[in-house]
Structure formats: structure tokens, C-alpha cells
Design a protein around this ligand. Sequence first.
Ligand SMILES: Nc1ncnc2c1ncn2[C@@H]1O[C@H](COP(=O)(O)OP(=O)(O)O)[C@@H](O)[C@H]1O
Ligand SMILES: Nc1ncnc2c1ncn2[C@H]1C[C@H](O)[C@@H](COP(=O)(O)O)O1
Length: 223
Amino acid sequence: MNLREKYNIPQDAVITIAGTVGVGKSTITNALANALQFRTSLEKVDNNPYLEKFYNDFSRWSFHLQIYFLAERFKEQKRMFEYGGGFVQDRSIYEDTGIFAKMHYEKGTMSSVDYDTYTNLFQSMVMTPFFPHPDLMIYLEGSFDDVVGRIKERGRPMEQQTPTVYWEEMYQRYTNWIDSFNACPILRLNINEYDLVNDPSSVELILKRIEQKFHQIPSLSRS
Ligand SMILES: Nc1ncnc2c1ncn2[C@@H]1O[C@H](COP(=O)(O)OP(=O)(O)O)[C@@H](O)[C@H]1O
Ligand SMILES: Nc1ncnc2c1ncn2[C@H]1C[C@H](O)[C@@H](COP(=O)(O)O)O1
């Protein structure tokens, strides 16, 4: 019996991983997909033509970057549902608008015209009854110091040069955003509850939590 069967996780499930930058989404995405024999939908940082420019000049590039991310995530969304599920996704599409676009608009690094254009596009593409939502969102949370420690340890130059207040603002926004998120069921996971880097077998603790969550919600407990 494989781990997916052991923990009664449907083979067509789509699980999305949410949480602030550096909290550990990519790490858990790969570990869960590997354990479940699911495909991954990864956020590609290296080939992003706007990301570095954006970190150098938020005002100049924030709109371009949001449009780019929206297009990429929408393509990925389509791919996941065309395959008939069986995916773990690194970051949900909801964070782009609920966290990033909103934050840049409210902080003055995206104009109101650009923000309106972006949110109209987002709403007509995503927030419609025709858009399939994930079966489960795993929301990763941890202390701000741990998260910033991980950003430093990972060492992406564009993130190192970004002032800590940027990560603080984002961290606060995530904390508020998740409390009112309701587009799909949520499993909250504290990053101190598992350690995929030093103890790969801790993926089973996470699978157990997913199984319990799927059981609590009748619409998720298909097999
Ligand atoms: N359980 C863990 N313990 C220690 N370090 C971790 C753990 N999970 C992830 N990391 C490290 O934290 C950094 C950020 O993780 P990553 O998965 O890239 O985060 P995200 O995708 O959320 O930005 C990486 O250097 C990664 O190796
Ligand atoms: N929608 C976004 N707007 C601005 N920046 C974003 C967005 N989505 C991701 N990012 C940035 C944040 C990080 O620097 C990289 C990758 O994110 P990570 O949380 O490390 O996977 O892209």
C-alpha cells in the first residue's frame, strides 16, 4: 500500500500550499508530491522576466509582475484540472491578489488605475462559478523570526537587499488574510510541527493531518 492509499487521500486531489515568502512552501510541495506520487505545480523564480526588476523598482514593475504571475498561475490551474487533479501546488492564485497586489496598491507602489485593471481581470478570470478551486489549502505559519531566518538562509540576492519592513508588512497581511479566507477548506500547519529538511519521515505527520481534514469535510472524503 502506498502512502496516498495509507492516508486515504483521493488520487484526483488538488492541494495548494499557501504562506508568506520563505515559510517553506516549495519544500513541502516537493515532499508531499513525492510522498503522494502527485505532480507539482511550482512557482518558477529563475525564469521570471520581471521579478528581479520588480525588487529593484516596485513602482515601475509591480503591474507587469502581477499580470505575469496571473497568466502563469492561470495556465497552471488549467493544466492541473486538465490532468484531472493529483497535484500539489506551490502558492495559491488567491495570494497574488489578496496579499501582493493589494499590498503594493495600498503602499503606493501600484497605481489605482493599474490595481483596478488587475482586480477586474482577476475577478473575471478566477472568482467565477466556473473556476475550479483546490480541494484543500495547506496554510504554513511560523514566527516572523523563523521566516526571516529562512529567507536569509536561502540567500536569493534580490530578497536579501529588500528591507525587513517589507517582510514584516507581508507577514502581518498574511495573518489577517487567512482569517477571512473562504474560497476552499484550509489546513493550518505550524512549521515547528514538522522538519522535512532534517527528518523526511515527518511528511507522514502532515499526511495524517490531511487525512483528518479530508474526513472532517464530507465533500473531500471521496476515495
Ligand atoms: N522544515 C524546515 N526546516 C528548516 N529549514 C527549512 C524547512 N523547510 C524549508 N526550509 C528552508 O527554508 C528556506 C525557504 O524554504 P522554501 O521552501 O523555499 O520557502 P517558500 O517556497 O515558502 O519561499 C529554504 O532554504 C529551505 O531549505
Ligand atoms: N504575486 C506576487 N507579487 C510579487 N511578488 C511575488 C508574487 N508571488 C511571488 N512573489 C515573489 C516573492 C518571492 O520573492 C518569489 C517567490 O516566492 P516564494 O514565496 O519564495 O515561493 O516571488
